[in-house]
Design a protein around this ligand. Sequence first.
Ligand SMILES: [Ca+2]
Ligand SMILES: [Ca+2]
Length: 456
Amino acid sequence: MAGPGVQAQSQWHGGLPGPGVAPIRENTGIENMQKVTIRSGRWRGTSGLVVMMAGLCAAAAFVQADRAESIGSAWQAAGVAVKEHMGPVYRPDSAAMATSAARPDRTGAAGRGGCGDSWNAVLDSMPTSSDCIAYDQRRRVTVLANASDTWEYDGTTWTQVHSGANRGSVATLVYDPIGQRCLYFGGYFNTQLWSWDGEAWTLLSDSPVAQRVYAAAAFDVARNRLVIHGGYDSGSTLYQDTWEWNPQTSEWTQTPTSAVGALYAHRMVYDEARGQCVMHGGYAWGNRPETWAWNGSSWTQITPSGPARYVFSMAYDRRGQRTHVSGGTHCCPEFEYAETWMLDSESNSWSFCDSSTPARGYTNMAYDGYRNTLVFAGGIGPAGGGRETIPQTWERSLGEVDPCPSDIDGDFDVDFDDILEIIEAWDQVDPVADIDGSGSVDTNDILQALADWDGC
Ligand SMILES: [Ca+2]
Ligand SMILES: [Ca+2]
């Protein structure tokens, strides 16, 4: 295989001389990390009627102040204003999960944190190579993006939603539930950060991060930061630095070195139960089995280690609160694994699920929280007596769950934020906020959300 520290050549991204040497970088430290205003229990214990009245009052104020031309836009302005006033408002149950021995069971019949059913090939075609995918929990679609194209998968079909971009390939894509957008960073060999909100790509930052491919990335929801680690550049320099991007200030902060060391083709997820990003595997002078957790300033190794592999897939099961690892490649010689493993963040233990996984490397996986399903797309595997790109989409159900259309922001709760989502989408075409499927977002959707309050 290829890359820093590897002797063999690769047909997929070119042989790179090794060993790579990570550069010495100036230690800028973590500066002025702002504590994110997480709603944590803020609206809990408050009746739906009371918080609803707050929203109604806010909307009424806008109408009376003539700051909006219609009731619809007044509702929308009120929703935006309340959200701006509250700051970053998305609140998964992270804090409660991290401190509570009794974690909620949201997994339905399969039970909390199970391996789920076997993997199934659901589509024998893929729109394009699987550079990177992420699940947009607000719009309930899996987003696939590469250097030029963007596709979305609703659980049934892939639809091309954008083309003609000029981004880096082999980049990273993560979902930011606070900003409700996908963040696309880096690639061959690009240092830009882009966002996708379902309608348009927006350049957020020409970052100071050194160009790199095969980096690991996740969105730290508790701290409202994009976190990036490792990767290598066009000169085969292998990086060990950790970068964070602050969405509120658009500032980048670098932590130059860590116990992790230089690494590439590893994966990172945000572990809601732990309230931290978790990173696993990768390649650095051999397949790596180590697992690490990031607290915002340092990486701590989780022991015992898990499966040793690189260019594998990893996704966090937000209902079962487990991290799943599927597929991946061994080096060298290269071959693909057909295994799924699972990390329990409560016990810090890895367990082997089964070998129903498609044998794939160089691919990606996302967790569809609405359907409680892992989605695995594309990649390289055994075919035709050799190894080829296999354009398939696979799924693994983690247990049937009752749908909860009123949970619009996808945090597995129906609360004031979902009311705000309805108000913000008032009179717009928004199939998620249109809870009752009437074709418009209106009072009936608010009434439905109130009826489901705390109940989904
Ligand atoms: Ca919700
Ligand atoms: Ca409706």
